[in-house]
Design a binder for this molecule. Sequence first.
Ligand code: UDP
Ligand code: MG
Length: 155
Amino acid sequence: MPDTQKTLVLLKPDALQRDLLGDIVSRFERKGLKIVAMKFIRLNDEMLDEHYAHLSDKSFFASLKQFMMQTPVVGMILEGYDAIAEVRKIVGSTNPREADAGTIRADFSMNVPSNLIHASDSDEAAVGEIKRFFDEDEMFQYEKITDRFIFGEGV
Ligand code: UDP
Ligand code: MG
């Protein structure tokens, strides 16, 4: 699929605890985003120092890391047209009470840090985060019979 992008998503420990993994994955599937990688990841301190480096001076940094290490998270790479921006749109604003209705965070959560999901916020972040959490051989390219209805010109 030419001209598509890939982006990284993490389903946080609150999504796992609250049995929302399926509902969240389903929203991406229904949009037509293709899941090209998916696995459990046990985050550690070092990974989170890197992943949340932009928040290292915040008062909530240590508790955010603790929150993210409570259970494994589900890591996914999603592919689609403008996938980075489209996924952020579906996820909604960081603060679930400011997120638009219809977004994952608005519909299923109420507070930070437990806003269910992480998604890359720029081209640069997506490239770095995919590399941080996935090896090349964990990413899969495959065709689906629906590809031309979702990605194609309809013929
Ligand atoms: N977070 C928090 N308190 C805040 C802001 C953020 O606990 O005041 C947590 C929240 O889980 C958020 C994560 O830190 O998703 C990363 O913050 P960022 O600003 O990168 O937001 P995101 O990209 O996740 O929307
Ligand atoms: Mg962020």
